[in-house]
Design a protein around this ligand. Structure first.
Ligand SMILES: Nc1ncnc2c1ncn2[C@@H]1O[C@H](COP(=O)(O)OP(=O)(O)OP(=O)(O)O)[C@@H](O)[C@H]1O
Length: 444
């Protein structure tokens, strides 16, 4: 699959073009400045770089020079406004493959790309199914250093059978990471079964996980296949694993060791072939230390661990995600909002995003609905966003203090009604409960 780097400071354009090309079977990354592009080129090889001639820090010609010097086999295609065509011609003399005039027409880009990469239309189309799974849930990678590391880990562990434990705050994309790992494994055509361990009543847990035989208890009117058998040949995602009752932890450990499940009321063990990925937003090591979580199970589930990053620690990715959620909202609401105004972008960059990507998705969707012009303005955002910005230099202790302040403030305004406070903070109730607990504010 040909690998392409798009370089343009227009993030919305980059993201749209990236999606469009991914659908046509290319592997695509994006950079929004010369500096970022050089960084990405240093890390990975690309078959082709599609760059705007005008970049915010340097220009496309500088980038072309670096590419031709360091990686002469990489093709360069320029995008240029009418006024720059003379420069584009000079660029061709310096080794660029060709240029396309702006505003660009995707089909024209595709044609040039195929020429530059000497691809026939058919093989490109044929490679679509292989890519279809990973992109079917639109996993956005991001460009921050943390995002790169996260993706590298996913990429490494994906094809193995190792169990993976994903740690991270609520809404940071743990389930998305799990799905991506699944889609990178050779079980990708098998099922992906997501289980919210916190939502299963303790009495029903064994039957839900391992199945039951008709008549084995009141209410068991038919045989039931448990999650493990349903997920056979695929992946099971155990979300909120820390909420699993202790006796179910024991049964789960036994099942994992024996690779067999014992349905409730049955007398035959059923083998299963399932890869296990779990996630938690609490510190499981602390749960182990306090005896709430079995240490042997912890190690079994944690052959490899991945940290899902809070949005406030991946500042460079904020606008990429905002644009992605805007595209989705436009699609779902049948709107054509073009982007965010400067002030909104500033607020987005400085806000602390306690509910992470989920919070951002909801805020962008609401703002898209409210937006009457072509750009989302501050008036479309909930007022809390502007009130409690987090400055870049704050340390994590200060951030924690600020989160405590935010929660206390919301609880006071909502007269300690947790559901209302969670709504005000744009996080789900579960996250609020977890935060109240971890900040010692349970008594509020
Ligand atoms: N990499 C990503 N690309 C695009 N959207 C994402 C990505 N990660 C998360 N999202 C968006 O954020 C939402 C929340 O993600 P997800 O459910 O994976 O978070 P989570 O950490 O599992 O949350 P919780 O801890 O509450 O279970 C998703 O529904 C999706 O809209």
């Amino acid at each position: 699959m040909a690998k392409i780097l798009i370089v343009d400071d227009d993030t919305t354009f980059c993201i749209m073009l990236r999606k469009w090309l991914e659908k046509r079977g290319f592997e695509v990354d994006a950079a929004f400045s010369y500096k970022e592009a050089v960084k990405q080129l240093d890390k990975a090889g690309f078959d082709l770089v599609l760059t705007d001639l005008r970049l915010p820090d340097k220009d496309g010609i500088d980038l072309l020079r670096v590419i031709k010097e360091k990686m002469p086999k990489t093709q360069v295609l320029l995008m240029t406004g009418y006024a720059d065509i003379q420069t584009a011609v000079t660029a061709i003399k310096l080794g660029a493959f060709d240029y396309v005039a702006k505003p660009v027409i995707p089909d024209e880009i595709l044609k040039k790309l195929q020429e530059a990469l000497k691809l026939e239309a058919e093989p490109v189309a044929k490679s679509v199914p292989a890519k279809a799974k990973p992109t079917s849930f639109s996993y956005i990678k991001g460009v921050s250093e943390g995002a790169d590391r996260q993706y590298e880990y996913i990429h490494l562990v994906g094809p193995t059978m190792m169990t993976v434990l994903i740690n991270g705050e609520s809404g940071t994309g743990k389930e998305y990471i799990a799905r991506l790992i699944h889609s990178m494994s050779n079980r990708k055509d098998g099922p992906f079964v997501a289980v919210d361990c916190g939502a299963i009543p303790k009495d029903l847990a064994a039957s839900e996980f391992f199945g039951h035989i008709k008549g084995s208890f009141t209410g068991a009117v038919t045989d039931k296949q448990g999650y493990f058998v349903t997920a056979s040949g695929g992946t099971i995602f155990l979300d909120e694993i820390g909420n699993l009752p202790y006796d179910v932890q024991v049964q789960l450990l036994r099942a994992l060791e024996e690779r067999k499940v014992h349905p409730v009321g049955g007398n035959v063990d059923i083998p299963f072939d399932v890869r296990i990925i779990s996630a938690t937003n609490e510190n499981l090591k602390e749960a182990v230390a306090s005896g709430r979580f079995r240490e042997d199970l912890y190690h079994r589930l944690n052959e490899f661990s991945i940290q899902a990053l809070p949005l406030r620690e991946r500042k460079e990715d904020i606008l990429i995600f905002a644009n992605h959620f805007l595209d989705k909202a436009n699609e779902e609401l049948g709107k054509q909002v073009a982007g965010f105004d400067e002030e909104v972008m500033r607020i987005f960059r400085t806000y602390s995003w306690p509910g992470n990507l989920r919070e951002m998705r909801n805020i962008v969707k609401r703002a898209t609905l409210l937006c009457m012009g072509s750009l989302i303005s501050k008036a479309c955002l909930p007022p809390e966003l502007e009130q409690k910005p987090v400055e870049a230099e704050k340390t994590s202790t200060t951030r924690r203090e600020m989160e405590i302040e935010l929660i206390k403030d919301a609880m006071r305004k909502c007269r300690n009604n947790k559901s209302e406070a969670a709504r005000m903070l744009q996080i789900d109730r579960k996250t609020l409960y977890n935060k109240l607990k971890s900040f010692g504010l349970e008594d509020l």
